[in-house]
Ligand binder design. Structure first.
Ligand code: CAA
Length: 386
């Protein structure tokens, strides 16, 4: 068992840390307040290789491992979770499935512009009446011979209005239930594709979240991903990897809030000494540090399992569930340690607390992670089985 990072992983992490702390931090409060999309930083992240992190170099990606991706997500998420969710949805939910299950033509056509960040990707699974209950897809993709006719509405889509490419999950054979679902690559510019208003959110406010509507969109047959009827398993597998990205985001939120609280606890004095010399604060810091470390080990291990080609679904669900709970708890405590200052925007921890909440909801709520974990546990799968 080796817990060291490689020199390359350290370099990638340091580059992300430097970018987040020096470039993203300066305007993050302003962007959050005004819900301004971080377009220029998405372009910069593309130049840095963050928009095609795990994509093969032959398609213009950085060809890095999942652990490097996690390290980048962690550093970005200490500062700006609108940027990190853009990176996560783009890499894990849009690119991954095309690269894993797409045809060579699909990969050559779509991956280079996605991997450079020139085109942003989005994943369209959730619907007004199909969130946790993902098999209940109402969006239909009727087989019309040469093409599929796509109709329906998708909700809460990260990168909804900014995406050039959507990976869309839709029902082709309703009588077959989840076995009749397909996945498609749909271009935003095609006739019949439109988006709703940008959602006004509690957290990750500058990221772009909206509905995406499809009205009689003609999707060429060659844009279906994988075999006929593979769409639901495709979506589930995509989310298994996506959950590692969100777990890393939650870890970064927790670590970012902890670092701010620790620094503040040295500066702030009450009753004649720094507040971290009071046991009430010192013990909070101890609990935060311990839980973050446990979450970090779970997230890194899930990434390692994926890189080793081993089954990572259970580890990803556990890492996402635990890290998101640690993010919520840690950010609440970080605000508490800051006292009144924690309640105002300037000190950053209130924003991290608001951002933490979504990590317990998207890419499978905490309750859905417990469904996934408990089913595996009951079947006899233990976390340590390799
Ligand atoms: N990998 C491969 N196949 C899988 C799988 C996985 N991880 N999970 C399930 N399947 C397969 C099952 O084996 C089953 O196949 P068979 O019928 O051939 O046996 C099939 O899929 C159906 O599975 P279930 O019977 O388990 O289905 P279910 O209705 O009980 O639901 C669920 C399963 C786990 C609850 C699933 O619906 C789920 O994960 N829901 C949450 C969806 C979610 O995470 N949504 C997030 C939206 S995306 C988002 O937030 C994006 C964003 O923009 C940030």
């Amino acid at each position: 068992m080796n817990f060291s990072l490689t020199e390359e992983q350290k370099m990638v992490r340091d580059a992300a840390r430097d970018f987040a702390q020096t470039e993203l931090k300066a305007g993050v409060i302003e962007r959050d307040t005004h819900q301004t999309h971080p377009t220029e930083f998405v372009q910069k992240m593309g130049e840095m290789g963050f928009m095609g992190m795990m994509t093969d170099e032959k398609y213009g990606g950085a060809g890095l491992d999942t652990l490097s991706y996690v390290l980048v997500m962690e550093e970005l998420s200490k500062v700006d979770n609108s940027c990190s969710v853009i990176v996560s949805a783009h890499n894990s939910l849009a690119i991954w499935g095309i690269e894993k299950y797409g045809t060579e033509e699909q990969k050559q056509k779509y991956l280079p512009s996605l991997a450079s960040g020139e085109t942003i990707g989005a994943f369209c699974l959730s619907e007004p009446e199909a969130g946790s209950d993902a098999t209940s897809q109402r969006t239909t993709a009727e087989d019309k011979g040469d093409f599929y006719l796509l109709n329906g509405t998708k909700n809460w889509i990260t990168n909804g209005k900014k995406a050039g490419i959507y990976v869309v999950i839709a029902q082709t054979y309703p009588e077959k239930k989840h076995k009749g679902i397909n996945a498609f690559i749909v271009e935003a510019a095609w006739q019949g594709v439109s988006t709703g208003v940008k959602e006004d959110k509690l957290g990750i406010r500058s990221s772009d979240t909206s509905s995406v509507m499809f009205q009689d969109v003609k999707v060429p047959k060659e844009n279906r991903i994988g075999a006929d009827g593979f769409g639901f398993k495709f979506a589930m597998q995509t989310l298994d990897g996506g959950r590692i990205g969100i777990a890393a985001q939650a870890l970064g939120i927790a670590a970012g809030a902890y670092e701010l609280a620790l620094a503040y606890s040295h500066e702030r004095k009450t009753f004649g000494k720094p507040i971290n010399e009071h046991q009430a604060i010192a013990f909070k810091l101890a609990d935060m540090a311990m839980k973050i470390e446990a979450a970090r080990l779970m997230v890194y291990r899930a990434a390692w399992l994926k890189d080793e080609g081993l089954d990572y679904a259970q580890a990803a669900a556990m890492a996402k569930l635990y890290a998101s709970e640690v993010a919520m708890e840690t950010t609440v405590e970080a605000v508490q340690i800051h006292g009144g200052y924690g309640f105002v925007k300037e000190y950053h921890v209130e924003r991290l607390m608001r951002d933490a909440k979504i990590t317990q909801i998207y890419e499978g709520t905490s309750e859905i992670q417990r469904v996934v974990i408990s089913r595996n546990v009951i079947k006899g799968q233990t976390y340590l089985d390799l």
